[in-house]
Each structure stands twice: as structure tokens, then as C-alpha cells.
Ligand binder design. Structure first.
Ligand code: F6R
Length: 590
């Protein structure tokens, strides 16, 4: 969840790193800091707060020197304050470390190290510079010290380290956490995220399994976790397609909602042979299990529906963090389909590793093709929707359901039909965006006055209700629940009062009439009904009109006004929808 950048080269390191850190802000952060080497002087500055606030107070971008490491923190261990911000240093301030991940045995390590040293922070990270320093003092060699130190760390990590005694380089090391390295004309860089690499950087080396890199101004030297030299091949980065709408004053969330037709167009273009092979594997498997979290899980729910309805294949959806509790049913004859925008969600990766260990086939639907998830998969279907900066997922969701629609039609052998239908859908998604925008903005002012909001739907539209509720709660902080419309009367109806907003997604499909009964039940108890449908009904107090499309395509059009509603409700409540409190874009901790 934290972001890391290191630089060694001819430019002033702190300025270069600061620019890169700005591109990592979208991941969510609560503190920032930087350390540089200026000759044999190790200097650092850090503070709690957003990157710009930290810069205003501490001028971190002004630190001197040509070697440096920087960090934006999203707290997991230890409260948000200056002491807990990174870099963390060893007791003598000779070694500085910035870190992403969790040291799962930090408590035990601290207890052991505390007998000789005093810790200042309450982070798990601080044990890393302490451990490295301990080994460095014995061996006088940073590479060996890092290699020894990581043998003691439990859990996934990526970190960068500088040491005032090795003044011409910094070190990078990673296990099960993203860390990319690349050489550019002015030097060499390391980063936790391809987005922060310069635009013309198309290739990167990816560290894993505790591999270590020595990063000099001219080159990168790689070692395995034991410190033996190794050769590594660079990988081609999926260059993130820049936002096609460049109005920089606009929130990312709104820009990304608007980019959805484009996301659909891009994601429908998948490798035909891979699709055929994946479809064959799915058909032949004993069981097919989707795993994902949050919005990606809602896409997986749509996948389950499409597989059954179109592909005539039953499947199951298991939340990433719960996957390991079902591991007994996974075998070589299982297919696990992992869906993730980032490809770095720890809960999803845990499940996928469990599946791999039991020899299951893994198919991933992922935006970042250099991610851990992509690397663990037998088949990778990239979302190709470009960088998603807003914390709330919108266009990645649209791309996910596009890929799932395609894959389900490969199961049925009717892939050509769906490609044509999806292409025809693109202008309708544009239309539904345009026609509901103003309405969503005005309605949001009403919704913003409430503390709860319910979203109901039936059948394949149910996951839309879940997704719309998630969007609403995460950006507006209004408690929102999505549920099958038929469930309302089994409990939630007790909470309906005069004016309670109930959003009913009821396109004119096989769910329409049944959903109307449930709407009536809520309406007569005072609910304020917002219908999302291609067919008007007098029970609606407000109506988001969506275009008439084939049944399985309704989710593509029905979600758009509800994303807009969530966005405008956030604005009406004075919340910045791009960076909701307590949330991070990429959830790399369990
Ligand atoms: C919600 C949202 C999160 C993510 C979830 C999984 O808008 O963005 O719920 O969907 O954290 O993230 P990925 O898809 O990166 O695995």
C-alpha cells in the first residue's frame, strides 16, 4: 500500500524522487519522506500528512545528493505520525530504509534486538535497518548484511536501503511485493509501481524471491537472496495509456467514469488462442472458482452469472481473504479465475498461491501485466483500460465485465456475436453517461442529506446493486447496502423510514415485475425510490433512464448513473472522491 522510489544518477535525486512520488499518491498515503546520500552524509526528512503538505513543511525535494530513496506511507503498523513515517533508520543513522509490506514477526525481532538497541518508532519497518546494521557491523558488507537480514523477515516485503558507507549505490530487495528497476538516460531507478517510472521507460527488471539489486548510477547488478550474482531479463511494461480526457482540474474518478466506453473497446481485444485455451481449461475442469475482492469481486459475481447463463458452466465466487479456508476442494483439476485491477491485492495473491500449491490452473484478469498476480497465472487477460488513479474502481470494473462477457462466449463458442454486440454497446455507454450526468448531480444533493442508502436488484443485476452500494459508501461515507430485492422484507425493511433512499435497478428484463413488488413494499413504508431502468414506472420518485439492451448487457449501462451518483454525492458532502479516508488504491496487506 506504500509507494517506494529510489534514484541514482546525474540529477538531483530528491527532486527526481519527489516527482515520482507524486505519481504514487493515487495509492493513498498519510505520510511521506525521503533520504539521500550526499558524499558520506546521509540526510533525511519526513513527516505525517499528504505529500504536498510534507513538502511545504519539510522541503523534502530539496535534499542534496544524487542518490536517494523516497516513500509515501499508508499506515498498517503504528499510528500516523512523523516518527513512524519512512525512511526508518538504524540506531546510528547510518542506514535508511523505505519499505512496503509487513514484517509479520516484527514483534519477536524487536524483543530480541531491543536488548541492545532502542527503537524510536512503533512500525514493523524499523526492525529492517536495525537488522541490516547488526549484520553490517559484523561483515562490513551491505549486500551480505541485507542477504542475512531478509532471512529473518517473515511476510512479503519490498524495500530500498541506503548506507553512508556505500556512497555510490543504493540497494533494492523484494519478496512477493512489487519492485521494478530500470536504467534511464540519467541514471538508474527503482519503484514499487510502473506508473511512477518515466514515460519513455518501457522495460523493467522485476525483483522477487528475496532477490537483491545494487543500483549504481550506471547499471543494475542482481543477486539472489543468498547474495550470489544472477542474470535477469527485463520485462516489457504495459505502458499505461494516458488519460484520454486531459482536463487536469477534474477529479480522476469522473474522468475514469467517462473513459469507460474506451475501456470496453480496449479490453474486448484479447489474445484469441489464450481465450480458446482458457475456455477449454474451464470446460474440462472439475470445479471453477473465481476469487477477488471489493469491486473485482462484484465483477466475479457477474462472471459467475455469465458462465452459467451463456457458457452453461457452474462456478463459485470466493472472496480473496476467505479463499484459503476452501483450499481442500482445490486440486490439479480446478481452474481458479483471479480478478484484480492492481494484481497486487494480498488477499487475492494468498488465494492464488494456495491454488498454485495445489496445482490448479490460474487464469487472471488484471490491469497490471507486470503484477505478482500476472506472474503467478497460466493465462493472463489484461484489462488494457489504462491507469486507474481514483481509489474507487470504475473503468477497471467495466473492463473486467467486458473480458468476462467475452470469456463466457468463448465457452459457448459464440465469441463473434459478443464482440459485435459489445462494439455496438460502446456508444450506449457514452449515451447513458451523458444523459444522466446532470440528473445525478441534482439528485446527489438530496441523497447527501441522508445517512443510509439501499440498493436493490434481482438476478444478474444484483451484483450491480452491490457495486453501486460500495461506490456510494466509499466515496460519500453514507452507509450503503446492496441486496437482492427479495431480501428487503427479511429484515432491512425495518430500517426504511420516510425519505430513506432506495435505489432499485430494474431494467425491463426477467426481473422487472418481481422487483416492482419489492419496490412497492419499501415505498409504502416511506422509501424514496430511485429507479434505474429502461422502462418508466409511476412508483419511481426519480428515474435514471438507461438504454434498452440485451439482458446480459444491462450491467454495462446500469452502473454508470450510479457511479455518477456516488461521485456527486461525495462532492455534495465535501469529500474528495479521489482519495477517500482510510482507503488505499492497492491493498498489498492481508
Ligand atoms: C472499490 C475498490 C476496491 C478494490 C479492491 C480490490 O472501489 O476499488 O474494493 O476493488 O480493493 O482491488 P484489486 O482489484 O486491485 O484487486
Amino acid at each position: 500500500m506504500c509507494g517506494l522510489i529510489g534514484y541514482n544518477g546525474s540529477e538531483q535525486a530528491a527532486g527526481f524522487i519527489f516527482t515520482g512520488l507524486k505519481k504514487l499518491k493515487y495509492r493513498g498515503h498519510d505520510s511521506a519522506g525521503l533520504a539521500t546520500l550526499d558524499g558520506d552524509r546521509l540526510q533525511y526528512k519526513k513527516d505525517a500528512g499528504k505529500l504536498e503538505e510534507v513538502e511545504r513543511r519539510q522541503h523534502i525535494s530539496q535534499l542534496p545528493g544524487h542518490i536517494g530513496i523516497g516513500h509515501v506511507r499508508w499506515a498498517t503498523h503504528g499510528i500516523v505520525n512523523r516518527t513512524n513515517a519512512h525512511p526508518q533508520l538504524d540506531q546510528c543513522s547510518n542506514i535508511a530504509v523505505v519499505h512496503n509490506g509487513i514484517v509479520e514477526n516484527a514483534f519477536e525481532l524487536r524483543r530480541r534486538l531491543e536488548t541492545a538497541h532502542s527503537f524510536v518508532s512503533t512500525t514493523d519497518t524499523e526492525v529492517i535497518p536495525f537488522l541490516i546494521a547488526q549484520y553490517y557491523n559484523r561483515k562490513g558488507n551491505m549486500l551480505a548484511a541485507i542477504s542475512n537480514a531478509i532471512e529473518e523477515l517473515h511476510g512479503p516485503f519490498a524495500f530500498l536501503a541506503i548506507c553512508r558507507y556505500t556512497k555510490d549505490k543504493f540497494f533494492a530487495c523484494a519478496r512477493e511485493m512489487p519492485l521494478l528497476l530500470s536504467c534511464i538516460p540519467t541514471g538508474c531507478i527503482a519503484s514499487s509501481d510502473a506508473n511512477s517510472l518515466p514515460d519513455d521507460c518501457n522495460q523493467a527488471y522485476v525483483l522477487d524471491n528475496g532477490e537483491i539489486a545494487e543500483v549504481t548510477a550506471q547499471n543494475l547488478i542482481f543477486y539472489d537472496r543468498a547474495g550470489n550474482p544472477i542474470e535477469k531479463q527485463p520485462e516489457t511494461l504495459m505502458r499505461q495509456i494516458g488519460a484520454i480526457y486531459t482536463n487536469s482540474t477534474e477529479h480522476y474518478m469522473m474522468r475514469e467514469i467517462r473513459e469507460q466506453p474506451y475501456a470496453i473497446e480496449q479490453s474486448i481485444g484479447q489474445n484469441v488462442v489464450d481465450m480458446q485455451d482458457a475456455a477449454r481449461a474451464i470446460k474440462e475442469a472439475q470445479n471453477v472458482i473465481f476469487t477477488a475482492c471489493g469491486t473485482s469481486r462484484h465483477a466475479a459475481l457477474m462472471g459467475r452469472y455469465l458462465f452459467s447463463r451463456v457458457g452453461k458452466r457452474m462456478s463459485e465466487v470466493i472472496i480473496g481473504s476467505e479463499f484459503k479456508y476452501f483450499s481442500e476442494v482445490i486440486s490439479w483439476n480446478s481452474v481458479v479465475i483471479a480478478i484484480s485491477q492492481s494484481g497486487e491485492t494480498a488477499d487475492v495473491l494468498d488465494g492464488v498461491r494456495t491454488a498454485r500449491a495445489r496445482n490448479a490452473k490460474v487464469i487472471s484478469i488484471v490491469n497490471h501485466s507486470t503484477s505478482q498476480l500476472a506472474r503467478l497465472s497460466n493465462f493472463v487477460f489484461p484489462l488494457k483500460c489504462g491507469t486507474e488513479n481514483a481509489v474507487a474502481a470504475t473503468k477497471s470494473y467495466m473492463a473486467q465485465i467486458t473480458v468476462l462477457a467475452l470469456l463466457s462466449h468463448y465457452l459457448s463458442g459464440h465469441q463473434h456475436d459478443i464482440i459485435q454486440k459489445i462494439k455496438a454497446l460502446v456508444p450506449l455507454v457514452e449515451l447513458v453517461y451523458e444523459t444522466n450526468l446532470k440528473h445525478a448531480e441534482s439528485l446527489a444533493r438530496n441523497i447527501a442529506k441522508h445517512n443510509v442508502c439501499y440498493f436493490i436488484a434481482r438476478g444478474s443485476n444484483f451484483h450491480i446493486a452491490m457495486e453501486a452500494a460500495l461506490k456510494m459508501k466509499e466515496v460519500s461515507y453514507i452507509h450503503s447496502e446492496g441486496m437482492p430485492a427479495g431480501e428487503l422484507k427479511h429484515g432491512t425493511l425495518a430500517l426504511i423510514e420516510k425519505g430513506t433512499p432506495v435505489v432499485a435497478i430494474c431494467p425491463d428484463d426477467y426481473t422487472f415485475n418481481d422487483t416492482l413488488y419489492n419496490i412497492e413494499e419499501a415505498k409504502i413504508r416511506g422509501a424514496f425510490i430511485i429507479g434505474v431502468s429502461d422502462k418508466y414506472h409511476s412508483v419511481f420518485d426519480e428515474w435514471f433512464k438507461i438504454p434498452k439492451v440485451e439482458e446480459i448487457l444491462y450491467p454495462f449501462v446500469a452502473i454508470v448513473p450510479l457511479q455518477e451518483l456516488a461521485y456527486f454525492t461525495a462532492l455534495a458532502r465535501g469529500v474528495n472522491p479521489d482519495s477517500p479516508r482510510n482507503l488505499a488504491k492497492s491493498v498489498t496487506v492481508r
